[in-house]
Design a protein around this ligand. Structure first.
Ligand code: 1CP
Length: 359
C-alpha cells in the first residue's frame, strides 16, 4: 500500500521549513500553522480509515494507516505541520498497562494505585512495543520528503503529570481526584511513577527523533489543576529533565511544551523547562503570554475550538485578534485545545485563508 501526497508543493530544504523556523524562535510572517487533533473524526476520510482499522489502538499501531491519517489534513489544507497520529496513552500501553478505547466513553486503563503497580511497569519494553509508532514516523517523513518538503513532522508524547493522571485514575475525569490525592498522600510513590514516566517518555521521544520527527511536543493537558508548588514539582521539573536529556543527544531539535491552564505560571514554565516554544491554551491572553515569556521563546495557539465550529465573522474576529497580538514574535498559529468532532471541515479552510493573509 502506498502512503503519499500528490506532488504539487515545491521542494524546499529542511532548513527553510517555516514551522521549524518559528518553533525554533524565529519570527516568520504570515505565521506557519497546524491544528491540534487535525487528524480526526471531523474529517470523513479519517472516519473511513478509522472504521476499517477495527479499533483505535489498532489504528495507532498499523503504520500504513496511521501515516495515512497523519497526511490527510496536509493534503486537504496544506498545513505547515503534520503531527504523528498516535495518543499520549500509548506510553503506558507500551509499558504494559492495560488500555482500551471504549466507543463513546474515551480511554479506560487498569488503574495503578500502589507500589506493586508502579514496579510492574516495563520500561525496557517501550521501544519494542512502540516500534510500529516509530515506523509510522518513518513512513510519514518519507512521504513528506518526497512530495511536500515544506511540511514539518511533529512527534509527541504526554507529559509525565498528565499521563500519570490517567494511569492512576484509570479514565478521563474533570478533576483527577485519585491521582492528585496520591501526589499529596504518598509523594514518594507518585514520584516513582513520575520518574518512570520521565525515563519512558525521554526514550520514546528519542526514538521518534531517530525515526525522523523534526520537532517534539509535550502535552500537559491537566497541568493547570495543580497549585504552584505542585506545578513546579510535577510539571516544571520533570519537563526540564526530559528537555535536558533530549537536547544532550539532539541539541537542535525544537521542543514545544503545552502546560494547559498554567495561567500566570506560563513565564516560569518557559524559563525553567528549556522548551523552545510554549503552546497557549484557550484561556491564555496572548498579550500576557507575550509579556511573560522571553522573546526568544516561541508561542503557539490559541484559537478556541468553538470559534472554529462557529465559523464566519466570529471565527474571523477571533483569529485576527490573535494574529494582531502575535505579530513580530516567533509564533505558530494553532487552536488552544484539540479540534472538536462537530467542526465543519470548510471552517478549517476558512481559517487557513485568514491565517495565510497574515491578519
Ligand atoms: O476513536 C477515535 O477516533 C478516538 C479519538 C482520539 C484521537 C483522534 C483519541 C482518544 N486520541 C486521538 C489522537 C490524538 N490524541 C493525537 C493525534 C494527533 C493530532 O491530530 O493532534 C494527539 C496529539 C492526542 C493527544 C491526547 N490524547 C491528549 C493531549 C491533548 C488534549 O487533547 O488535551 C489527551 C489528554 C489524550 C487522551 C485521549 N485520547 C483519546 C481521547 C478521547 C482522550 C481524552 C480523554 C479524556 O480525558 O476525556
Amino acid at each position: 500500500r502506498e502512503v503519499g501526497l500528490t506532488a504539487e508543493a515545491g521542494a524546499a530544504t529542511g532548513e527553510n521549513k517555516p514551522l521549524l523556523r518559528a518553533v525554533s524562535g524565529e519570527a516568520v510572517w504570515p505565521p506557519p500553522m497546524w491544528l491540534m487533533r487535525q487528524a480526526g473524526r471531523y474529517l470523513p476520510e479519517y472516519r473511513e480509515v478509522r472504521a476499517k482499522a477495527g479499533g483505535f489502538i489498532k489504528l495507532c499501531t498499523t503504520p500504513e494507516m496511521a501515516a495515512e491519517v497523519t497526511l490527510q489534513p496536509i493534503r486537504r489544507y496544506g498545513m505547515d505541520g503534520a503531527i504523528l497520529f498516535s495518543d499520549i496513552l500509548m506510553v503506558p500501553w507500551a509499558m504494559g498497562q492495560g488500555l482500551r478505547f471504549a466507543e463513546g466513553e474515551g480511554p479506560v486503563l487498569d488503574p495503578i494505585r500502589d507500589a506493586a503497580g508502579v514496579a510492574a511497569l516495563e520500561l525496557e519494553k517501550v521501544r519494542e512495543r512502540a516500534a510500529p509508532i516509530f515506523e509510522t514516523v518513518r513512513l510519514t517523513r518519507a512521504a513528506l520528503n518526497q512530495h511536500a518538503n515544506k511540511v514539518s513532522l511533529i512527534g509527541f508524547a504526554g507529559s509525565p503529570f498528565t499521563v500519570a493522571c490517567y494511569m492512576v485514575e484509570g479514565h478521563g475525569s474533570k478533576d483527577f481526584h485519585t491521582a492528585r490525592g496520591m501526589a499529596f498522600n504518598d509523594p514518594a510513590l507518585f514520584g516513582r511513577l513520575i520518574r518512570t514516566l520521565v525515563d519512558a517518555t525521554t526514550d520514546y521521544l528519542l526514538a521518534q527523533a531517530e525515526a525522523g520527527a523534526e520537532a517534539l511536543m509535550l502535552f500537559d493537558s491537566w497541568a493547570g489543576m495543580l497549585p504552584p508548588s505542585q506545578f513546579r514539582r510535577w510539571v516544571i521539573e520533570p519537563t526540564a529533565t526530559i528537555v535536558r536529556s533530549l537536547k544532550r543527544l539532539h541539541p537542535s531539535i525544537p521542543i514545544i511544551g503545552f502546560p494547559r491552564l498554567a495561567g500566570p505560571l506560563i513565564g516560569e514554565y518557559a524559563q525553567r523547562t528549556g522548551v523552545n516554544t510554549v503552546a497557549m491554551d484557550t484561556a491564555m491572553d496572548p498579550r500576557f503570554a507575550a509579556s511573560a515569556v522571553p522573546a526568544n521563546v516561541g508561542l503557539q495557539g490559541n484559537l478556541d475550538p468553538l470559534a472554529l465550529i462557529a465559523g464566519g465573522a466570529a471565527l474571523e474576529a477571533e483569529a485576527r485578534q490573535i494574529l494582531a497580538a502575535m505579530r513580530g514574535r516567533p509564533f505558530v498559529f494553532n487552536l488552544g485545545h484539540g479540534i472538536e468532532k462537530i467542526t465543519p471541515p470548510e471552517n478549517v479552510a476558512q481559517l487557513v485563508r485568514i491565517v495565510r493573509s497574515g491578519g
